[in-house]
Design a protein around this ligand. Structure first.
Ligand code: AHR
Length: 553
């Protein structure tokens, strides 16, 4: 369908629109100004050119949003976080102990708690990571002075006093108002140890574990939503083969009971990256039984591989581009694993749990290499937006995800130094995107120009949209190009919206970041770079930016 529209500035627009499902026919073109008299003949010519060569010759940036046909609910758990006993994530970053001068609640930093509440953390994974397969939970319960110290063999070889254990973690989740996600020890633990942990946490009957829990000051069982049966068992979690792990997982899972009204969502250790063989084995072997409800995936974006990684703040455009490109690959990774799951589980009863994702750069100079402490720049913000948009788009299969990690480790949302705290650009993306939590995904059709670097090119824009329970539509966008703004034409089909508001996160440099000295360099502000006319939004996305728009009826 074609039609003409003239706007106030006497611009004549030729609009070409077909139903959204006819992907290849959806186009919306903004044509050069013309005098009335010449419009008709010119239009005929232009249309014929477009018909033949629209795809190749005209690079329009267009996002069609279908607002009246909401789909899958975007599980809020896609916006989850991860806190490992690693570097200063738990000790110093979250936990300072009740005797600390740093203001705290039951030993948990108040500043960190308040900031995390703001982003509506839906679930929190603990205690690892690789640490999980060395962790023996009974070392971390009971009176603090009686707890055994342990050496964190994976991360820096430091001694931990176990003052942060099961009770402290469950208190943290209560204070955050989020669900707990505990990762069990398969690598160096036992079936009994894991089974007893679940009993200790969730049982309300008379038994030695509930007796012990009560002695330690907790009468009622906790609610425990997620429980992972090992972590990276193909690597730090025991160097197992896929068949060996599948059998082991079945054995462990058999003894992970649901007590009282607690219903465990058991997460089997899945592969990392493109290891589809592992997923195939897990799904083939155990997929048809109810041994697990979720399969985990880990994916880190590592520029030029583990040997290089690059700096979190001192990088050139090639490294920026590579980071974008690697982050976009999450889409293919999900598609690949989801296709295997679809064969064994077409009803999608099992979820993908992407419980470690993020950028992994070199540690900050002068810091312990085992602590994985890295700064966080505008680059991380754009890639967080890419990931969250991808997760939203795969909400039918991706049921949960956890950024690695929450505080002071890898792509953190928060950095701390003694009593100081700084919110990273990634933090603000989570704050902006929280509107998608438990909203319904909207169908979109995105056509956009490329962002080219050397001989490589990637899409310049990342997007997703949802409608919440109040009928508000949220559109989240990122411009991956650090050099060039993009003008996006966005027809919103199927409903009418009166009011549009927006927020933007951008910066002057591609490596701008927030430090303890200058904590407000990268911060969201009100966004006005759009106009809405007759159901069509025109949005100017500045270079290297993340934008969230809200449309109200
Ligand atoms: O997040 C850091 C580490 O990365 C985790 O401990 C491990 O699971 C992964 O390899």
């Amino acid at each position: 369908m074609y039609w003409l529209r003239k706007d106030r500035t006497n611009l004549v627009k030729v609009c070409v629109l077909a139903p959204w499902w006819q992907k290849d026919n959806v186009r919306y073109f903004n044509i050069v100004p013309m005098k009335k008299s010449s419009v008709f003949l010119s239009i005929l010519f232009i249309l014929s050119v477009f018909q033949i060569n629209a795809q190749d010759k005209v690079r329009v940036n267009q996002l069609v949003i279908v607002a009246n046909n909401p789909g899958t609910v975007i599980d809020k758990d896609i916006y989850g976080h991860f806190s490992e006993h690693l570097g200063a994530c738990i000790y110093g970053g979250i936990w300072v102990g009740t005797d600390s001068k740093i203001p705290n609640t039951y030993g948990i930093r108040n500043d960190v708690l308040l900031a995390l509440r703001e982003i509506k953390v839906p679930n929190l994974r603990w205690p690892g990571g690789c640490f999980a397969d060395t962790y023996h939970w009974k070392d971390g319960i009971g009176p603090k002075e009686k707890r055994t110290s342990i050496v964190n063999t994976n991360w820096g070889g430091i001694t931990e006093d176990n003052s942060f254990g099961t009770h402290e973690f469950m208190k943290l989740t209560e204070l955050l108002g989020c669900d707990a996600y505990i990762n069990g020890n398969v690598g160096s633990g036992s079936v009994r140890e894991m089974a007893e942990w679940i009993e200790y946490l969730t049982s309300d009957s008379e038994n030695p574990m509930t007796k012990l829990r009560k002695e330690n000051g907790r009468d009622k069982p906790w609610k425990l939503k997620y429980f992972a049966i090992g972590n990276e068992n193909w690597g730090c979690g025991g160097n197992m083969t896929d068949e060996f792990y599948a059998n082991t997982m079945r054995q462990y899972s058999t003894f992970l009971n649901d007590y009282a009204d607690n219903k465990l969502y058991r997460v089997a250790c899945g592969p990392s990256d493109y290891n589809f063989a592992w997923t195939e084995t897990l799904m083939k072997d155990a997929g048809t039984r109810s041994m697990f409800q979720g399969l985990s995936i880990h994916y880190y974006s590592v520029v030029d591989g583990w040997g290089f990684k690059g700096s979190a703040t001192k990088f050139d455009e090639r490294e920026w581009f590579e980071t974008m490109r690697l982050n976009l690959q999450m889409d293919n990774i999900i598609k690949g694993h989801a296709a295997i799951m679809d064969r064994y589980d077409p009803q999608k009863t099992k979820g993908l749990v992407i419980d470690e994702w993020g950028n992994w750069f070199n540690v900050e100079p002068g810091t312990n290499p085992g602590f994985l402490y890295q700064q966080n720049s505008m680059r991380d913000a754009v890639t967080a937006a890419i990931h969250l948009n991808i997760f939203n788009q795969h909400a039918d299969r991706v049921k949960s995800a956890n950024l690695a990690q929450m505080v002071n480790v890898l792509q953190s949302v928060i950095l701390t130094k003694d009593d100081k705290m700084v919110l990273t650009p990634t933090y603000y993306v989570f704050r902006m995107f929280k509107v998608h939590q438990d909203a319904q995904l909207l169908n979109i059709d995105l056509r956009c120009e490329d962002y080219v670097n050397g001989s490589k090119k990637i899409q310049a824009i990342s997007a997703s949209a949802s409608v919440d329970k109040e009928g508000k539509v949220h559109i989240s966008l990122a411009n991956l190009n650090p050099n060039k703004p993009v003008v996006l034409t966005c027809p919103v089909i199927g409903d009418t919206y009166k009011k549009v508001t927006g927020e933007i996160l951008t910066s002057s440099e591609m490596n701008s970041f927030n430090s303890f000295e200058t904590p407000d360099v990268v911060k969201p502000v009100t966004f006005n770079g759009f106009s809405m006319k007759e159901g069509i939004l025109t949005i100017t996305l500045p270079s290297k930016s993340v934008v969230v728009l809200e449309l109200t009826k």
